[in-house]
Design a protein around this ligand. Structure first.
Ligand SMILES: [Zn+2]
Length: 406
């Protein structure tokens, strides 16, 4: 195998920054179509807003996620699969948003796949940060149904596999990884990717009766905990505790990837389990406690769970980890009192965007007709035409289709 390709995802991060990775580009918004989906497609931004309200972090102390490039994605994905995403109907199937079927692919790329690629870049970046700092949280990511050549269940890129492979290829001393997957669904994507890879130990706790029920992928799970529908806190937390301890005693990895899906929450329309908000906070605490007590670096991604109250619970859990000193960043705290600390990246762009509307033309721009930032007339007109021409028939037709599809 040749030398790894050049990537922008492993750049040095100022020590003042918290190893919390996020970008406003994570959030999916376009013409109100996202409201046709049962997901809260803006949960990632809400988590960050809650953390800012609680004064845990400030914009300049967050590590700005970068979009994974095609070359980055090719570390895991086949070119055939990436080419398939150039068809809107394929993306519509993978993300389970039928109306995307009717939209031009450049639009689907910009409004749906770019956010997912940015979250994927975020997971890869957080992998390196976890090694450097002992822990890292990507506020998005956790697309555990996607493997190298197949997407599904809202997962278009295999961010977990990518993060692990980047570490194996680029960071000396990282040769064993453990994936602890506690989303309500089975993580068949990374399981298929690491099927015969002895370097990766997979523990998966999931509802046995729901999607994806991938029998082949289950063969990759070293520690499988299948739950019945309606499982509650006491049984759940006891199983998590026992099996996380067992997993780490057995596997002794150089890095833990923790897929912290919150669709285990009581009332989740997809997860079918009955865990309370406090149960989720406790679960994350158990995993971080086990990792930190053994001094194993841990990378957390937020994965599934898109109820309206989900963002608050994720923020509460991160605050709890901080209160218990399971995550901390003394340098960052000192930096927060000192406005002269170097920005973590991206903030120059943000300033430029406000000062100079034309800078919204730049490739990194996230300005649009529906955000608060100004943008060039050409693109405004462009968006306006789409809005006027496409929205009324789409809302009518797709609304009906959506209802019959459900
Ligand atoms: Zn899930």
């Amino acid at each position: 195998m040749g030398r790894p390709h050049r990537t922008e995802l492993y750049h040095d991060v100022p020590s003042a920054c918290w190893p919390i990775v996020y970008s406003p580009d994570y959030n999916i918004t376009f013409m109100g179509l996202e409201k046709l989906h049962p997901f809260d497609a803006g949960k990632w931004g809400k988590v960050i807003n809650f953390l800012k309200e609680e004064k845990l972090i400030a914009d300049d102390l967050i590590v700005q996620a970068r979009e994974a490039t095609e070359e980055d994605l090719l570390v895991v994905h086949t070119r055939r699969y990436l080419n398939k995403l150039k068809w809107s109907f394929v993306v519509a199937t993978i993300t389970e948003v039928p109306p995307l079927f009717f939209l031009p692919n450049f639009f689907v790329q910009r409004k749906v796949l770019k956010p997912l690629r940015t979250q994927t870049g975020g997971t890869i970046m957080a992998g390196k940060l976890a090694i450097d700092r002992g822990w890292a949280i990507n506020v998005g990511g956790g697309f555990h149904h996607c493997s190298s050549d197949k997407g599904g269940g809202f997962c278009a890129y295999a961010d977990i596999t990518l993060a692990v492979k980047f570490l194996f290829e680029r960071v000396e001393g990282v040769s064993k990884a453990t994936i602890i997957d506690l989303d309500a669904h089975q993580g068949n994507g990374h399981e298929r990717d690491f099927m015969d890879d002895q370097r990766v130990y997979i523990m998966d706790v999931y509802n046995r009766y729901i999607y994806p029920g991938d029998g082949f992928a289950k063969r990759a799970i070293k520690r499988k905990v299948e739950l019945d529908g309606g499982t509650e806190d006491t049984e759940y937390l006891q199983k998590v505790q026992t099996h996380v301890e067992g997993t780490l005693n057995e596997s002794r990895p150089d890095i833990i990837i923790y897929n912290a899906g919150t669709d285990i929450l009581d009332g989740d329309p997809l997860g079918g389990l009955a865990i309370s908000p406090q149960g989720i906070v406790k679960r994350d605490e158990i995993v971080f406690m086990a990792a930190r007590s053994r001094r194993i670096p841990i990378l957390m991604v937020t994965s599934g769970g898109y109820q309206k109250r989900t963002a608050r619970i994720i923020a509460d859990s991160i605050l709890n980890l901080h209160n218990l000193r399971l995550i901390d960043n003394e340098l960052a705290t000192r930096g927060a009192e000192n406005p002269k600390v170097p920005a973590c990246s991206g903030s120059l762009h943000a300033v430029m965007r406000v000062l100079c509307p034309l800078s919204a033309c730049s490739r990194n721009s996230r300005a649009s007709l529906w955000t608060d930032l100004p943008m060039p007339l050409c693109r405004q007109t462009n968006n306006y035409i789409y809005y006027m021409l496409l929205l009324p028939p789409l809302q009518k037709g797709c609304g009906q289709m959506w209802h019959s599809w459900r």
